[in-house]
Design a protein. Sequence first.
Length: 392
Amino acid sequence: MGALDYLKDQLHELDEQGLAIHPRTLEGPTGARARFDGREVINLASNNYLGLANHPRMNRAAARAAEELGAGSGAVRTIAGTMTLHRELEHRFAEFKHAEDALMFQSGFTANAGTVAAILDREDVIVSDQLNHASIIDGARLSRAEIKVFPHKDVEAADALLAETARPGRRQLLITDGVFSMDGDIAPLPALVEIAERHGAIMMVDDAHASGVLGTGGAGTVDHFGLHGRVDVQVGTLSKAIGVLGGFIAGPHHLIEWLVNRGRPFLFSTSAPPAVTAACIEALNIMRDEPDRLERLWRNTRLFKAGLHDLGFDTGMSETPITPVITRDEEKTQAFARRLFEEGVFTPAIVYPTVARGQARVRTIVTAEHTEEDLKEALSVFGRVGEELGVL
Ligand SMILES: *Cc1c(COP(=O)(O)O)cnc(C)c1O
């Protein structure tokens, strides 16, 4: 009898409810078509929006940086691990986001969690959308500030919470995802910015799924809505459209300086290796040189969304390349994803706790790399398997 045996029971329970996660293994490079668990499939499961994750220029930039500068950085940023490449990437990102300065983190997760925790303390309050990402929730908890959650995209409720929690000297943070990762809808950022300004609250947006996807050249939701200079903290990830790994914060210089001093993942976790950093810089170059990638992404998005709609699937509130096919029941959703995979289409089943119970779905994400043929084939499989399982 081991002290951890209770976990076996808990895992068994997850399995019984169709909630257990068994990740598939990618047996080659990622791409529009890729090999998982021994099967060649149309890949609608990645966040590789622009097809940069295996772009030859990215691969060469990574290889060259490793050859010239080594495999690792050797230290945390604040001691001896800040490399010229890190600063170069940060300058490029500040420019990309039209911000004064930017700071790189090891992931989008640590960028969010580290920043929220660093800029607030226990006297303060966080007003947060119900569907915000887990890393925002963790950062909010770590800050020890009071957490107030408003119903998804309900600006009036957020406004009321800001009014109700205001006290002299108390800081307020209004925080939202730019694009919501499980539904693919866009935050009502103009209205949120207005109420943040009216209450003197800090406005923070997590553009993990919007960077490289929305706005001019993929600059994100702030650019998409023309809100430059009115959002205090912009979060981005280097792991999704940028195609590599890492996160960053863009904002005023004093915010960045503060995070250098108080952002715990920045202070206490080793910096990104040269290969990662150089590939991220190259991603920005490619986005500038090959603007047609963004156009292809959106063309594919329109085609695939319209196809799912015509078949009669419930695609919820999606407005971006993330399109959920909402099937509600957890076990049916697992079976749907499994049958789609067997028929050559990979879309993950997303179940509780990632989404609410009874809101299970398979989530599709198209990329710039999918051909029309890929998407038409995927749609025909969706139609066939949807009928077979009574999802349609
Ligand atoms: C994926 C995601 C993150 C985390 O980014 P990583 O770089 O993968 O750690 C943060 N916020 C949102 C909204 C995300 O979708």
